[in-house]
Design a protein around this ligand. Structure first.
Ligand code: GAR
Length: 188
């Protein structure tokens, strides 16, 4: 079994899709959900599915010994960032080489980097008059949105689309492709 930890800060709709996709999977399971926000809806979803959860603040995330010990207890093979807003520390990148992936709601390298998350991304896409946007699934390194790209999919941006419409279309792509891409990476 490959054991995934999903890191998420908010609603967790991607996390939910991933949990549902790997329920009853013969080789992959979601064994932990980590959040930096104790109010995050993703935690309710985890409880409904009986998946253990862990709350981390910025300081704990920086505590190498604490985190690596916890992850060895579970144990964790692979980390998925699904709407996780804190920077992943270098020790964690080093401890899980090529085993941390993130989803970004735009076509990287455009509209990435610090502060580029959620609606900020879609507003920037709209303000720049882009004709298309999409999703990027990529390996994680110690810089925001800079690791090697694994998969991209795009959708058109129509002149009349609001940032909210763009967000909806992008989220649909995320739900369609994220879990499958994780499966491809893990079973490669
Ligand atoms: C997703 O659109 C994801 O791409 C984005 O946060 C959203 C989380 O939605 N991530 C980033 O912007 C990271 N830079 P969800 O909580 O419903 O899965």
């Amino acid at each position: 079994m490959k054991r995934i930890a999903i890191f998420a800060s908010g609603t967790g709709s991607n996390a939910r899709k991933i949990v549902e996709y790997f329920k009853d999977h013969p080789k992959i399971e979601v064994s932990l959900i980590v959040s930096n926000n104790k109010e995050a809806k993703v935690l309710d979803m985890a409880h409904r599915h009986n998946i253990p959860t862990m709350i981390l603040n910025k300081a704990l995330l920086k505590d190498r010994d604490y985190i690596l010990e916890k992850f060895s207890i579970f144990p964790i093979d692979f980390i998925v960032l699904a709407g996780f807003l804190l920077l992943v520390p270098k020790y964690l990148v080093d401890a899980f080489p090529k085993n941390i992936v993130n989803i970004h709601p735009a076509l990287l390298p455009k509209y990435g980097g610090k502060g580029m998350y959620g609606m900020n991304v879609h507003k920037a896409v709209k303000d720049s008059g882009e004709r298309e946007t999409g999703i990027t699934i990529h390996y994680v390194n110690e810089h925001y949105d800079e690791g090697g790209i694994i998969f991209q999919a795009s959708c058109p941006v129509l002149p009349e689309d609001s940032p909210e419409t763009i967000a909806k279309n992008v989220l649909k792509l995320e739900h369609e492709f994220f879990a499958k891409t994780i499966e491809n990476v893990l079973l490669d």
